[in-house]
Design a protein around this ligand. Structure first.
Ligand code: DI6
Ligand code: FE
Length: 414
């Protein structure tokens, strides 16, 4: 019996490994700031975190496990970018340059610019092209410690290309050590062939494609762009009802340019998140709080579009709505592939605290994706970690254009 126990312990020690001589920001809520209570050691066993604490309290069973000395570095949960449009064809630098040379909105549109130009370029791209185009953007995120990324469709706007985008997103997860969560955004824009016929587009394309994508296992969540220039609340409701019938969670692009009540609508469907929300009012904030829906703050689009309406950070804080921060990486309104920069912008532009920005890219980003197994460092959670050459966590959102990542751990593998 004793021999059996000892060999069991030895097996544990064989698969376990220890990280030590580090500062650990667990990001567990309700404790000390950043969840930092003096932990300086962490045990990984396989793909999971087995133990975290002070080294002198290390359980005996791990005493023989191999040790990695982190020389005083900071360990955080792996970062989570919970809102991206990473898969698309082409780029929009031409219209960027046209606009800055004085071209009007109409001239840009006549030259084929705007979101529809990305739809055209995406339709022209093969699945391989889409994967190849997205990889450098994904690599930029990974290089900053991102271990989970959400990727939306929404530039195909027909069955063939929406599904192609989702398959490309799934393939990225086979090519890199990262978790990809896919979101179907067929209700992103009305394609030119359905101009002025949004309802017909929903009926003939968007909702049938949702069913097809679900059948193929390509869809983790369903999103819709609720805005005057996109889909009306009643149309979003149709999409969400179809998602709910399939048992899929929903998210929404809402209150970015105006207040149509999209966030409250989504909250009524138990949405995982309401994203952008610059124009959200207190009733909308209350609806998010009541539903446990996360707010996703996207300063990259605010910055690029030179918006002036700030998201209601104080109200979200007062109502204890979990706030996530994401890149919104897309070719038009947020050509940004740095989650650290998004954190910096959330702090500088929106006055979120450095702790809120880090929670926004870890714990609350996990909530926005419905992932209960990551986003904080605790026993039983996935061993997805970022190890930083910084002395305190505030350095992560303080700097611009500097990447202090030392190493990344994905599922226990460094
Ligand atoms: N909101 C945005 O800001 C982007 N999509 C969305 O729903 C715009 C995407 C683009 O311009 O390509
Ligand atoms: Fe977006």
């Amino acid at each position: 019996m004793r021999g059996q126990v000892e060999s069991l312990l030895r097996v544990t020690a064989l698969t376990a490994s220890i990280l030590t001589n580090c500062t650990i920001a667990t990001m567990a809520s309700g404790q000390a700031p950043y969840g930092m209570t003096g932990q300086d050691a962490l045990v990984m066993d396989g793909a999971a975190i087995a133990w975290v604490g002070r080294r002198h309290d290390l359980p005996e069973e791990y005493l023989d496990a191999p040790i990695t000395d982190l020389a005083g570095r900071l360990v955080t949960p792996g970062l989570i970018d919970c809102h991206t449009h990473l898969v698309f064809g082409g780029h929009r630098a031409v219209e960027f340059e046209m606009r800055l040379n004085g071209a009007s909105y109409e001239e840009v549109a006549r030259a084929g610019g705007g979101i529809i130009s990305t739809v055209t370029d995406t339709r022209d791209a093969s699945e391989d092209d889409l994967v190849a185009g997205a990889l450098p953007r994904l690599d930029a995120l990974i290089a900053e410690g991102v271990t989970t990324v959400e990727i939306k469709s929404g530039y195909g706007l027909n069955a063939l290309v929406e599904l192609r985008m989702l398959r490309a997103a799934r393939r990225l997860a086979q090519l890199r050590p990262v978790t990809v969560k896919t979101t179907y955004l067929g209700a992103h824009a009305v394609p030119p062939e359905y101009a002025g016929q949004a309802d017909l587009y929903l009926e003939e394309v968007c909702i049938p494609t949702l069913h097809a994508g679900h059948e193929e296992g390509l869809i983790d969540a369903v999103d819709a762009f609720c805005e005057g220039i996109a889909f009306q609340p009643a149309q979003v409701t149709r999409v969400f009802e179809a998602a709910a019938a399939l048992g899929l969670p929903v998210k929404i692009h809402a209150e970015q340019l105006s207040n149509l009540g999209g966030a409250a609508l989504a909250a009524g469907f138990g949405a995982l998140s309401a994203d952008h929300i610059e124009y959200l009012d207190e009733a909308g904030v209350q609806a998010l709080a009541d539903a446990g829906t996360a707010a996703v703050i996207l300063p990259g689009a605010f910055y690029t579009l030179r918006e002036t309406q700030m998201p209601p950070i104080d109200l979200l804080r007062a109502h204890k709505v979990p706030m996530a921060v994401a890149t919104d990486a897309n070719p038009g309104s947020s050509p940004m592939t740095s989650l650290l920069l998004a954190m910096n912008m959330a702090a500088t532009l929106f006055r979120m605290t450095p702790e809120e920005t880090l929670a926004g890219a870890t714990r609350n980003a996990a909530l926005a994706l419905g992932l209960a197994d990551r986003g904080v460092i605790a026993p039983g959670m996935r061993a997805d970690l970022a190890i930083w050459d910084v002395s305190i966590p505030a350095e992560l959102s303080y700097r611009m254009g500097f990447n202090p990542l030392y190493a990344r751990v994905f599922g226990g593998v460094m």
